[in-house]
Design a protein around this ligand. Structure first.
Ligand code: NAD
Length: 480
């Protein structure tokens, strides 16, 4: 079993606690690696290293050279994509094929933000007094703390890391206690790329033990958090007490809306990808399906046909379509929600149970599950399950669809399937969500903003604008 150390100041160091956490492979159930359990002393060490690098070597590197370093990191990620993907897939049980795609995509984040590093411009602002000039400069904030969940350690950190470094900040990355190995594997590339010590640091440990200390740390200027809304609220509260800049990418319960004029085959495939990719363990899962009454039964039949044919099992096999649930607590949570849905009166037409047998390894699998006759007031329609569970609701017309879709506290994403341009435009305007997909689902890109309305979060990642969220505007007045 491999044992990792903390990555601080470009050095591998043991945790102050001399304690390690076991990383479990969700498919085999095997403890396959050990990651350090950082405590507050380690947080202080990592933050100090990042703070020293910020005022030291990193501040003397030009924006163009910062960009080149990000490019180098991207190239190394591409070179070592298999190794990185293997680590993440073993840690969270995601399909190897899917993670490999994500890792290659992660390299593009680094290229994109590397290219942007020397293109962030300020401005000279007209002033109504002769001989007085005003210019606006954009400056990095300092040390950024990245806190990420278990479902996509690498990619979710890449959004933060790419943007933060592009802007000239340094960073301390704290991945989930369940899935830290891939981040340590990434750290192996940091020194090779040529980053000065302290610019990128990786520590692992329980959020409940060190989270508050990271967020309230006087030398941390900004927190970039992705995770559940419970921890997100806690981070926001702690950050507020210390007036910290913060972005929160939180949960979702996203509606996927199928109109009677949609290309049903395309829509059905989009719905299945939307909910069952990564076993439903994605923030943007299209877990609330709204189907127009007139096509409801026919469309559900299509979904059942695809669902029944899904290949479930070993995530390392190339033909597997649905892997295990990433962690034991999450597995139990998904099963609990299935029981809740049944007790609320929703009708289970597919799945609804865990899977056991040699092809299901240690037995952390939930059969892809579909509920019909779901009412929007039910918990199964309102709460994030984060597993392979789809709730299907009916609607009458456009207004009804918009009303049901928006009647929820989340607002991360929404899908709409229609051939009508009018409907597409109407819904893209009226849906209260940070992303609206028309006739597609789950598309994302580093070139465009991603984030949530309402309880799904605060701030945006991706695109050019996101860089300014990692910078302070400074107004400089000059009298001649
Ligand atoms: P989580 O909230 O339990 O943990 C996320 C991270 O926060 C972990 O690193 C954890 O150690 C840390 N943490 C926990 N308590 C903390 C505290 N008090 N202070 C600081 N950090 C703390 O989430 P999870 O179960 O790992 O991930 C699943 C959740 O993440 C889902 O709700 C999902 O929707 C969300 N998510 C959102 C997005 C998005 O972009 N909006 C993307 C992926 C996942």
């Amino acid at each position: 079993m491999s044992r990792y150390q903390l990555f601080i100041n470009n050095e591998w160091v043991d945790p102050h606690s001399s304690r390690w956490l076991e990383s479990q492979d969700p498919f085999s159930g095997e403890a396959w690696a050990e990651v350090p359990q950082a405590d507050t002393v380690d947080v202080d060490r990592a933050v100090q290293a990042a703070a020293d690098a910020f005022v030291g070597p990193w501040s003397r590197i030009s924006a163009s050279d910062r960009g080149l370093l990000l490019h180098k990191l991207g190239a190394l990620v591409e070179r070592d994509a298999e190794r990185l993907a293997y680590a993440e897939s073993r840690d969270n049980g995601k399909l190897m094929s899917e993670v490999l795609g994500q890792v290659k995509y992660m390299a593009k984040y680094f290229y994109y933000y590397g290219g942007l590093a020397d293109k962030i411009q300020g401005s000279v602002v007209p002033i109504d007094k002769p001989g007085v000039f005003n210019m606006v400069r954009y400056e990095p904030m300092g040390v950024v703390a990245s806190i990420t969940p278990w479902n996509s350690s690498l990619l979710l950190t890449a959004w933060k890391l790419g943007t933060a470094l592009c802007a000239g900040n340094t960073i301390v990355c704290k991945p989930s206690e369940f899935t830290s190995v891939s981040m340590y594997e990434l750290a192996k590339l940091v020194e090779e790329a040529g980053f000065p010590p302290g610019v990128i640091n990786v520590i692992s440990g329980y959020g409940k033990d060190i989270g508050d200390h990271i967020v309230s740390h006087p030398q941390v200027a900004r927190i970039a958090f992705t995770g559940g809304d419970e921890a997100g609220r806690r981070v926001y509260t702690t950050a507020a007490a210390h007036l910290k800049r913060v972005s929160l990418e939180l949960g979702g319960k996203s509606p996927n809306i199928i109109f009677d004029d949609a290309d049903q085959e395309k829509a059905a495939n989009g719905v299945i990808t939307g909910i069952f990719s990564a076993g439903g363990q994605t923030c943007m899962a299209g877990s609330r399906l709204l189907v127009q009454e007139s096509i409801h039964d026919e469309f559900v039949e299509r979904l059942l046909k695809i669902t029944r044919a899904a290949k479930i099992g070993d995530p390392s096999k190339p033909d597997t379509q649905i892997g295990p649930v990433a962690t034991r607590p999450q597995f139990e949570k998904v099963l609990r929600y299935i029981d809740i849905a049944k007790s609320e009166g929703a009708r289970c037409v597919a799945g609804g149970r865990s899977l056991e047998g040699p092809e299901y390894g240690a037995g952390q699998f939930v059969e892809p599950t579909i509920f019909v006759d779901v009412d929007n007031s039910m918990r199964i329609a309102q709460e994030e399950v984060f597993g392979p569970v789809l709730s299907i609701l009916r609607f009458k017309d456009e207004e009804d669809a918009i009303r049901i879709a928006n009647d929820i506290r989340f607002g991360l994403a929404a899908g709409v399937w229609t051939k009508s341009l009018h409907r597409a435009m109407l819904l893209s305007e009226r849906l209260r969500a940070g992303t609206v997909w028309i006739n597609n689902y789950r598309s994302t890109s580093y070139t465009t903003p991603f984030g949530g309305f309402k309880d799904s979060g605060l701030g945006r990642e991706g695109g050019v604008e996101a860089v300014k969220e990692y910078m302070e505007a400074k107004s400089v007045w000059i009298s001649t």
